[in-house]
Design a protein around this ligand. Structure first.
Ligand SMILES: Cc1cc2nc3c(=O)[nH]c(=O)nc-3n(C[C@H](O)[C@H](O)[C@H](O)COP(=O)(O)OP(=O)(O)OC[C@H]3O[C@@H](n4cnc5c(N)ncnc54)[C@H](O)[C@@H]3O)c2cc1C
Length: 346
């Protein structure tokens, strides 16, 4: 079934979320699509606990608190979110004076809207694959994963975690009690993650709850239809040993990839999407680009700049959904509809 809406937003980072708010004020509905398993873009994925100091009127808020506040702010409006789906294909539908756009995701879902907002930040985040393993993806969901979608999956399992950053440390600590065994494997005995999580991990080693193997790197995956183990190589002695296991997590961080956006035939500059500064429209009508993904003279990759851009862009989206009508303008302080939805009186 094809879902139809006013605006399809590619990317559920802070700018995508604020688009729902500004569109909602004009009575436009939105669909948000993100290839990550969570909402919040860079804020939630890269620096959830870091404080942000330059959101106007908010002296200090962690990045995750900022995302939570945006989610609270868009509660009154009509929108749907689709996660774990990468927007792959974009097709123009010319059946009206103003054309529509069809989007197809990696999960083969189809959506149609008059306006597409590309709020894709630095591109889609893709997990880094283990180096020197040929086609590790053939074991995905058969013992190999690049993120934790459900903790229950690791209950009573022998688990190997590869990596030396925050994710590897966090999940080693988090899954220590649930899994039958957890072995953290890293190429050196130094970690890039938060020092207090590293301290917790080292406490768990002392108490015998988990094992740590350094300096080791993955050499090969063992198994036929499902993983049964991994062979690892000592980085210094070059000796190879096999470790039996049921599940492996490769937590080597994320790469940013522009992905399919580069093939949509829109003007780009230095891997970013060129826009005008009146409507933040791309070289193709009905396709807008807001937030870190866009480029124009003077562009700064800041959240507040993305908020300004999308506020102006939704004006044009309204004109596309309601051609010939005046775009309503009003202060939120006198928006009685919104106040009713929020349960406050003016
Ligand atoms: C460490 C760090 C600290 C920062 N501190 C500040 C600060 O103090 N103040 C400030 O203003 N800014 C700060 N920034 C920058 C700020 O985070 C970005 O400006 C902001 O996240 C941009 O928001 P966005 O919504 O445009 O994109 P993003 O947050 O990058 O979100 C884009 C989303 O789109 C998704 N996506 C991309 N392509 C596709 C596709 N084809 N299909 C589906 N989904 C897709 C991505 O997975 C991602 O989730 C910081 C950044 C970092 C890394």
């Amino acid at each position: 079934m094809i879902k139809e809406t006013d605006i399809i937003i590619v990317g559920a980072g802070p700018v995508g979320l604020f688009t729902v708010f500004e569109a909602g004020l004009l009575g436009l509905d939105c669909i948000l699509i993100d290839n990550l398993d969570k909402i919040g873009g860079q804020c939630s994925e890269l620096y959830p606990e870091k404080p942000i100091y330059d959101i106007p009127g908010v002296p200090n808020q962690t990045a995750q608190e900022h995302v939570n506040a945006l989610l609270e702010q868009i509660k009154p409006f009509n929108y749907e979110v689709f996660l774990n789906e990468r927007v792959e294909v974009l097709e123009e539908i010319n059946n009206d004076k103003i054309s529509s756009w069809k989007i197809v995701t990696s999960e083969k879902k189809e959506f149609v809207a008059k306006s597409i907002f590309i709020a894709a930040g630095a591109g889609s985040f893709e997990p880094r694959r283990p180096p020197n393993i040929l086609d590790p993806d053939k074991f995905v969901d058969k013992g190999v994963a690049y993120s934790v979608r459900s903790k229950e999956k690791y209950k009573d399992k022998n688990l190997l975690i590869f990596g030396g950053g925050d994710s590897a440390l966090d999940w080693t600590v988090e899954l220590a009690d649930l899994a039958k065994s957890v072995t953290l494997i890293h190429r050196r005995d130094e970690f890039r993650g938060a020092p207090n999580t590293e301290a917790k991990m080292r406490e768990l080693i002392k108490s015998g709850s988990i094992s740590l193997k350094t300096p080791y790197v993955i050499e090969d995956l063992i198994g036929t239809s499902h993983i049964t183990g991994a062979s690892v190589k000592n980085f210094e002695s070059k000796e190879i040993e096999e470790i039996p296991c049921d599940e492996i997590l490769f937590l080597f961080g994320l790469n940013k990839k522009l992905g399919p956006i580069a093939d949509w035939g829109i003007d780009m500059n230095n891997k970013k999407v060129s826009v005008d500064t009146e409507k933040f429209e791309t070289s193709t009508k009905g396709l807008f680009a807001v937030g870190d993904i866009n480029d124009y003279p003077g562009k700064l990759d800041l959240i507040l700049c993305g908020f300004h851009e999308t506020t102006l862009a939704v004006q044009e989206a309204y004109r596309r959904s309601y051609p010939g009508e005046r775009v309503p303008f009003g202060y939120t302080t006198s928006n009685t509809k919104l106040q009713r939805k929020l349960g406050v009186s003016d």
